[in-house]
Design a protein around this ligand. Structure first.
Ligand code: NI
Ligand code: MN
Length: 228
């Protein structure tokens, strides 16, 4: 396995796959649980799931400094390109082969307005098949939806699911999501960053494992996720 994934808190994942460095939803500045500062990040690719500030985060700063390419929906790609940032726009159901692997945009039931009020298009999740065949599904911010069953047919090695409730699925619907997806492993995200989304991730992990047999990993911000 050449793919390594680190949870940096909230919905931010830093990934090294072969020689490639990728970050997803890089909300570090202003994130009370962030494991590092944006200035410590080097990323060749930045995946942005939707326009909300806790996902766009430090995208502009990192992309400017690292000359990164941002992978996102078409509307957000236009917004970034107008700021001089390299972006690769996609839409739901479309996939593209990048140097590190194949990325498909998946459905997400949520909003996507950008921080300045611009139209952020529709929110998405990401299904990433890295070059070593490791398959990561990051649902991003979403409510539960039945088509997760179809996404599960792709054979997911690791799924990241929000459990925070209020803005996204809560623990009960995230348990149903695991039953739809049946990944080898699952990691909870988008919880306990703020009081409004406080959840007992370890309790959720026990219940998921009890009901599905799926292994749940509950990293602390900054931990590398055990993919072995
Ligand atoms: Ni959001
Ligand atoms: Mn969010």
């Amino acid at each position: 396995m050449t793919t390594k994934i680190q949870w940096l808190g909230h919905s931010c994942f830093y990934i090294e796959s072969g020689s490639h460095k990728i970050i997803i939803d890089p909300f570090l500045t202003g994130n009370p649980v962030a494991a590092t500062k944006a200035s410590n990040i080097h990323a060749d690719f930045i995946l942005v799931s939707h326009g909300h500030g806790d996902h766009v985060g430090d995208t502009i700063e990192i992309a400017n400094r690292c000359n990164s390419t941002v992978i996102c929906n078409y509307e957000i790609s236009g917004w970034l390109e107008a700021k001089g940032i390299k972006a690769h726009g996609m839409q739901h159901g479309g996939a593209f082969q990048f140097p590190f692997g194949k990325v498909k945009l998946t459905l997400a039931f949520h909003g996507s307005m950008l921080p300045d009020g611009s139209n952020g298009g529709n929110p998405c999740g990401f299904l990433v098949r890295f070059n070593d065949k490791f398959c990561f599904y990051d649902s991003a911010d979403t409510g539960l939806f039945g088509d997760m069953k179809l996404i599960g047919e792709e054979g997911i090695d690791l799924a990241a699911l929000p459990i925070g409730d209020n803005y996204t699925m809560g623990p009960e619907d995230a348990l149903k999501a695991v039953k739809f997806l049946m990944p080898k492993k699952v990691v909870p995200m988008h919880y306990s960053t703020f009081d409004l989304i406080k959840q007992d991730a370890n309790g959720w992990a026990r219940e998921v494992h009890h009901q599905t047999g799926v292994k749940v990993l509950v990293p602390n911000p900054g931990d590398w996720i055990d993919l072995g």
